[in-house]
Write a protein that binds this ligand. Structure first.
Ligand code: UFG
Length: 339
């Protein structure tokens, strides 16, 4: 059964391709390599022994997207990761983000509608909840005005899919709202490849311990949390990847209750920045050089998932712990340092 994974060489995309291939799906990857590397394909082959079909294609090119789908009319599901994801960059380049994340979504949906079977999984984010009033965050928590163009593209993206599903019952879609995916594949053959200075906590930690960065700045310790640092729900990328396969299987088996469903992907446990550092030091045996600095603009105080809906309807829950994720991220960093 043929499945298209857009952005399939990216961080979450590549781990999902591995899980799909393990389940026997024939995977076609579209990626424009704007924020990924062709060597990721080798990592996927090394883990699974199978080479996915790869098309280097920019989804902003509508004619090429049309041409691609004409050639692959037997696609039974699309998992759409391709998007730009840096919050700070999106503030500086909003139109680039709207073009990359919205135009491309529209073009893919236009072609999906023409397929005989139109199953669609969308990469969404817990950013849609903003600073939620209640923890843990359920899927029915209100969507709040986005803090950044990036966050806005996830909200608008969900609305575009929902509107499409409303008028076209053939289209079956699930939006997965990720909390903070981290870690790397246990084989250490694929992982996160941030370009330039990492904006996210875990790659910054591992690069600091790996000697690439001088010191980690912890953004604020005066938040109203037990240790004063922000709380997030860090989830192992392999657990996230498996959830995509399960969500797709739900659509393929027509087990979905409505044709646009939304699920949180998190562990259900919040961890503070200092707890993450502790976990890293515990599993790596390294002492991390960090200092507390001022708060970072735009950070919410706390965000962690209520996972009951995903547990119940997807029959999915996380298997891997924060320590597992930190150890895999550290091993991955060490393997990069060797290159
Ligand atoms: N942090 C530091 N130092 C750093 C980097 C991060 O202290 O160098 C802290 C942040 O202040 C925050 C926590 O670590 O408290 C996590 O920060 P990340 O940047 O790793 O993750 P965010 O929760 O800010 O952002 C993530 C995704 C976004 C998404 C957002 C939704 O990266 O794409 O969740 O809330 F929009």
């Amino acid at each position: 059964m043929k499945v298209l994974v857009t952005g399939g060489l990216g961080f979450i995309g590549s781990h999902t391709v591995v899980e799909l291939q393990k389940e026997g799906y024939q995977v076609v990857i579209i990626d424009n390599l704007s924020n990924s590397s062709i060597e990721v394909l080798d990592g996927i082959v090394a883990i699974t022994g199978k080479k996915p079909i790869f098309e280097q294609l920019d989804l902003r090119d509508k004619t090429k997207v049309q041409g691609f789908f004409k050639q692959h009319q037997d696609i039974k599901g699309v998992i759409h990761f391709a998007a730009s994801k840096a919050v700070g960059e999106s503030v500086k380049k909003p139109l680039l983000y709207y073009e990359n994340n919205i135009n491309t979504l529209v073009y893919v949906l236009q072609e999906l509608e023409k397929l005989e079977i139109a199953n669609f999984i969308f990469s969404s984010s817990c950013t849609v909840y903003g600073q939620a009033e209640k923890m843990p965050i359920t899927e029915s928590a209100p969507v709040q005005k986005a803090e950044s163009p990036y966050g806005n593209t996830k909200q608008i993206g969900e609305e575009i899919i929902q509107d499409t599903c409303k008028i076209n019952p053939k289209v079956q879609a699930i939006a997965l709202r990720y909390f903070n995916p981290i870690g790397a594949h246990q084989s250490v053959k694929i992982g996160e490849l941030p370009i330039g200075v990492p904006q996210n906590l875990i790659p910054y930690i591992t690069q600091t311990a790996g000697g690439i960065r001088e010191q980690l700045s912890v953004f604020g310790d005066d938040y109203p949390t037990p240790d004063g640092t922000c709380i997030r729900d860090y989830i192992h990328v392999v657990d996230v990847a498996i959830a995509h396969v399960i969500a797709l299987q739900r659509l393929l088996a027509t087990k979905n209750e409505i044709n646009f469903e939304v699920f949180n992907l998190g562990t259900g446990t919040g961890s503070s920045v200092l707890e993450v550092i502790e976990s890293f030091e515990r599993v790596s045996g390294e002492k991390l050089n960090y200092k507390i600095v001022a708060r970072r603009e735009g950070d919410v105080i706390s965000a962690f998932a209520d996972t009951q809906k995903a547990n119940k309807y997807l029959g999915w829950k996380t298997e891997l712990t924060l320590d597992d994720a930190m150890l895999s991220a550290w091993k991955w960093q060490q393997s990069l340092n060797k290159d």
